[in-house]
Each structure stands twice: as structure tokens, then as C-alpha cells.
Write a protein that binds this ligand. Structure first.
Ligand SMILES: O=C(CO)[C@@H](O)[C@H](O)[C@H](O)[C@H](O)COP(=O)(O)O
Ligand SMILES: [Zn+2]
Length: 196
């Protein structure tokens, strides 16, 4: 296959997946927005975490909440748990990489907070342990997964929101995840500031 055809296939596959997710994930994403707005307007905060590309997504999302999305508004309380290299290296070195997020959820999480847990496989152990810590601290979980949801899909409660992208390729799942996170930012702004 030539390179242009190969790239063209990425567009075709992504469009098909986006159309499918439009039908299946719009309603659960609205539930995620409600959970985020309820937390943020009741003195809660948003914790976000993930590995690799999902780490980038978590910090991207936190930046849009603390800074701004499309409109000026008050800063919103959000922290990405994958950004502090001193915490990551100290906890990773002293206790193991599996604990790098749960240690921070245990340090920072309060009842009423929300953990946005991002894992395309649903099987990253440090994200799983962060969800366990969130459950033990009455922190609601919004999980962004793919590949059937993995172990994370099995451990979520009915208070949590599961946004599982029905695809097996990490790159496609990540592309939907960033759309979902942007849709959440837009939904939060619409709830707080009114429709554009
Ligand atoms: O961005 C990519 C691949 O597109 C990678 O960096 C990817 O995020 C990493 O392999 C992660 O460790 C995968 O973890 P997860 O999504 O399965 O939790
Ligand atoms: Zn990637």
C-alpha cells in the first residue's frame, strides 16, 4: 500500500469510529459532565491520570480546566497526577510504579472529588490502583478506556461513569478520548456559562 493510501485509511477508520461513538458515547459523556460540574460547584476537584499518550491527555484536560477552554471563566480545580517528576520518581523508586497514582489519590482525594482515569487497555495497574484508592475515599471515577474496558471495566461501580471506546487499536482509542475530554470541557463551560 502506498503511503498516501495508508494515511487515507487512518482518516476513513477514524471517521467510522467517531460516527459509531457519536451514537453510543454522547449520553454517557453527558453523565460525566454532570458529575464533573457537581463536584466543581461543591468544592470538589478533579484528579486525572494516565500513562504515555493518556498522560498527555490527562494534563491537557487539567490545563483546560485550570486555565481556560474556549471562554474566560473562573479557574477550575484540576490536577494531573502524572506531571510531578519528583513525586513520580520518589513513589516509583520507593514503592513501585504501580503506586504512583494511588499514593497521590490517597494524599489529595476527598469525598466529592472526581478521578478521571484514562487507560486505552483498561489494564494499567497504576490506573487500576488509583481507582481502588478513589473508591476507598468516596471519589467518583470517570474511566476512559477501550478494548472492551479491561480490568477497569470490571471494577467500576454504578456511581462511576465508563466511557469505553469500542475499538482495539490504541491510537484510535486515544483519538476518541481526546474528543471526549474536549466535549467534557465544552459541556462544563456550557453548564457554568450558558450556551455559546
Ligand atoms: O500513546 C501511546 C500509543 O499511541 C503510548 O504512549 C501509550 O499511551 C503507552 O503505551 C501506555 O503505556 C499505554 O497504556 P494504557 O493506555 O494501556 O493504559
Ligand atoms: Zn499515541
Amino acid at each position: 500500500m502506498d503511503l498516501i493510501a495508508r494515511i487515507s485509511n487512518h482518516f476513513r477508520d477514524a471517521v467510522a469510529l467517531f460516527e459509531h461513538c457519536q451514537d453510543t458515547l454522547s449520553a454517557p459523556t453527558a453523565a460525566a459532565v454532570d458529575a464533573l460540574v457537581f463536584s466543581l460547584t461543591n468544592n470538589g476537584k478533579i484528579l486525572a491520570c494516565g500513562n504515555g499518550g493518556s498522560a498527555a491527555d490527562a494534563q491537557h484536560f487539567a490545563a483546560e480546566l485550570v486555565g481556560r477552554f474556549e471562554r474566560e471563566r473562573l479557574p477550575l480545580a484540576a490536577i494531573a497526577l502524572n506531571t510531578d517528576t519528583s513525586i513520580l520518581t520518589a513513589v516509583g523508586n520507593d514503592f513501585g510504579y504501580d503506586r504512583v497514582f494511588s499514593q497521590q489519590v490517597n494524599a489529595l482525594g476527598q469525598p466529592g472529588d472526581v478521578l478521571v482515569a484514562i487507560s486505552t487497555s483498561g489494564n494499567s495497574v497504576n490506573v487500576i490502583e488509583a481507582i481502588e484508592a478513589a473508591h476507598s475515599r468516596e471519589v467518583r471515577v470517570i474511566a476512559l478506556t477501550g478494548k472492551g474496558g479491561g480490568k477497569i471495566g470490571q471494577m467500576l461501580t454504578e456511581d462511576d461513569v465508563h466511557l469505553c471506546v469500542p475499538h482495539d487499536r490504541t491510537l484510535r482509542i486515544q483519538e476518541v478520548h481526546i474528543l471526549l475530554l474536549h466535549a467534557m470541557c465544552d459541556g462544563i463551560d456550557a453548564q457554568l456559562l450558558g450556551d455559546l
